[in-house]
Write a protein that binds this ligand. Structure first.
Ligand code: PLP
Length: 449
């Protein structure tokens, strides 16, 4: 038995697929079997593996200044440059950027920053955060509580009450609509629920609502047309800030620079990680608007410091990796190319629509999922996650890495540099795996008449 405690894993299952090397969009296991990496690792390796420019930028930074921190009057050029670069890219006025090391800690930073801000402006009671069912925002104490997936909450005794977290409906029409309900009726019903909750709690007790513009771990939920427009109007009416968690959707993933652009969201706060450095070095960014930053200045002055920071906030090597990643995104028109590749992927996925196991195909850009169901016509879900797990394993047998999320949704999130030929390869391998999975489901009598 390994000495390691594996993250997000079943301790009773010690069977592991061990990877040894990778190049471009391909990754090789310890037996040198080749896989197409259809998940960009964990939704993060935007520029693929072995990018020499990134390796050189990181090596150079290691040789020049391998570490320097940003606490109490210290700074360095890579962090300053990266903060300016991100501030210029985001759709937030006079943006200010706080660096961390992971999506989870970036969301914790925002959680704390919101309290700090509302205390600074004399509204300490405005502290509750609305999150959605099925959301995934990380696993630290605050971000893990903003996450709504049962497996991330069960047994951890998350201090939900102390954290003042409110939950509202997931905007997934396919799994959440009532019989005969149209998309518009669905949106109006769930936003009606939200408004009732806001009125019941008191809008003056609610600081913000956190949203993934398109979700990842909960099965790549793309909310229906009109949802975000109406949601934003509702939140603005009640003076509740909009906090976009772009940890997956940021930087070209959904066919545009940000998920907010794809979905027509005007955020107040944004969180980034993953593709910010193409996963060559851990780094995250929590972005706030100028009005929040300005309001906090006097409070930090009175206390002596803003008492929040990580040893590795703005690690110079991580900043160098992120700066080079953003430079390549821009110089090589990666977002435009990824948008075209995303169109191609979605066209190809649509050809699988008639497959008896597929209930819904959804996504935007190079982010997609296919949901496997027990009865396609009647939209009946499997009662457990066995079929999704089998499909993931079967894809691996055929040399394709995918991820079964939220039970039986098979997620795809290939590197942004993927070619059309490689997308064809994904579809070919996925089709074989789906056929194997259908045979398994039939043999196990898991399909419902
Ligand atoms: N937010 C979203 C939307 C995510 O998908 C994730 C991770 O997948 C996180 C936050 C947490 O990021 P990390 O695993 O880097 O802590």
């Amino acid at each position: 038995m390994s000495a390691m405690i594996y993250p997000t894993s079943n301790f009773a299952d010690q069977q592991k697929l061990c990877f040894e090397r990778a190049e471009g969009v391909y990754i090789f296991d310890s037996d040198d079997k080749k896989y197409l990496e259809g998940m960009s690792g964990l939704w993060c390796t935007a520029l693929g593996y072995g990018n020499q420019e990134l390796i050189d930028a990181i090596s150079e930074q290691l040789q020049t200044l391998s570490f320097s921190h940003l606490f109490g009057g210290k700074s360095h050029a890579p962090a300053e440059e990266l903060a300016s670069k991100i501030a210029a890219m985001v759709p937030i006025t006079d943006a200010h950027v706080f660096f961390g090391n992971s999506g989870s800690d970036a969301n914790d930073t925002h959680y704390k920053m919101l309290r700090y801000y509302f205390n600074a402006i004399g509204k300490p009671e405005k502290r509750k955060i609305i999150t959605r069912q099925r959301a995934y925002h990380g696993v630290t104490v605050a971000s893990g509580s903003l996450t709504s997936l049962p497996v991330n909450l069960a047994h951890f005794d998350a201090p939900l009450d102390a954290l003042h977290i409110l939950r509202t409906d997931a905007p997934h029409y396919y799994s959440g609509h009532q019989v005969g309900e149209s998309e518009t009726q669905f949106v109006d019903r769930i936003l009606g629920n939200l408004e009732r909750q806001i009125l019941q709690e008191g809008a003056d007790t609610i600081a913000a609502m956190i949203i993934e513009p398109i979700t990842g771990a909960s099965g790549v939920i793309v909310p229906p047309e009109g949802y975000y427009q109406k949601l934003q109007a509702l939140l603005r009416k009640h003076d509740i800030l909009i906090w976009a968690d772009e940890v997956i959707t940021g930087f070209g993933r959904t066919g545009n620079d940000f998920g907010c652009t794809t979905m027509g969201i005007k955020p107040d706060l944004m969180t980034f990680a993953k593709q910010l450095s193409s996963a060559y070095y851990p780094i995250s960014a929590s972005v706030i608007p100028g009005f929040m930053y300005d309001a906090m200045i006097e409070q930090t002055n009175a206390s002596g410091v803003f008492g929040h920071g990580y040893t590795y906030s703005g690690h110079p090597v991580a900043c160098a990796a992120a700066l080079k990643t953003l430079e390549i995104f821009e110089r090589d028109n990666i977002f435009e190319k990824a948008a075209k590749a995303g169109d191609y992927l979605n066209q190809k996925l649509a050809t699988l629509e008639a497959h008896p196991l597929i209930g819904e195909i959804r996504g935007a850009g190079l982010l997609a999922a296919i949901e496997l169901v027990a009865n396609k016509e009647q939209e009946i879900h499997f009662k457990d996650a066995k079929v999704g797990a089998f499909a993931q394993k079967s894809c691996e047998n055929h040399g394709l890495i995918v991820r079964a999320v939220a039970g039986n949704s098979i997620a795809l999130c290939p590197p942004l540099i993927i070619s059309n030929e490689q997308i064809d390869e994904i579809i070919e391998k996925l089709t074989k795996a789906l056929d194997d999975t259908l045979a398994f489901a039939q043999q196990q009598k898991l399909l419902l008449p």
